[in-house]
Design a protein around this ligand. Structure first.
Ligand code: ROI
Length: 181
């Protein structure tokens, strides 16, 4: 059985943009994960302690035959391979990969809560999610677009349009420089 799932990515340490880019590449390379589509790349004000660097955030949509906990294992292996560090609660981190939605399923297990318990109040999750799933309706029947309209894009800026972002952001920088001349 295949399921469409969504994974939120966040990083604010050790070249965060590169962390996210290589994380998406690793997700694409994972067995039993198909059709990876990636949102725009965002920079966001930190939620939590403010004396930490800005975050980079994105969301990917995937199709998978993995069970939820097997997907969690695969994502945690990618986090670990990126030398994930996270010493403080709500403190800076090298790479966070969170399963935010797994089809229409509601999952409450010791290791995994889906939909992600704070996704409804985090625009750095909802706005990139809207990029890849504009017509999505949450398992409780709420349309994603209505949540985004409510939360808005405060504290977020789009820094690249298409994955892979590094190439894109160079193009962005070049076009901005050209405009400023
Ligand atoms: N803040 C932002 N902007 N983006 C994140 O990905 C993020 N992740 C976190 C906390 C510390 C809550 N703050 C964040 O885990």
């Amino acid at each position: 059985m295949t399921v469409t799932a969504h994974v939120a990515l966040g990083s604010n340490l050790e070249q965060p943009q590169l962390q996210l880019q290589t994380a998406v590449a690793a997700i694409k390379d994972t067995r039993h994960i198909y059709n990876v589509v990636c949102s725009r790349l965002y920079r966001s004000d930190p939620v939590g302690p403010s004396e930490q660097p800005d975050y980079y955030n994105a969301v990917v949509g995937i199709v998978t035959t993995l069970a939820p906990l097997a997907l969690l294992d695969a994502l945690q292996a990618i986090e670990n391979a990126h030398g994930r560090t996270r010493s403080l609660r709500w403190g800076p981190r090298t790479l966070d990969l969170d399963i935010i939605l797994f089809g229409n399923q509601v999952i409450e297990s010791p290791r995994l809560t889906v939909p992600h318990y704070q996704m409804r109040v985090r625009n750095f999750v909802l706005c990139p999610l809207l990029d890849v799933a504009p017509d999505l309706v949450l398992p409780d029947g709420q349309p994603l677009r209505a949540l985004v309209d409510e939360l808005g894009y405060q504290g977020l800026s789009v820094i690249a349009d298409n994955y892979p972002w590094l190439q894109d952001s160079r193009r962005f920088a070049a076009s901005t420089a050209a405009k400023n001349c």
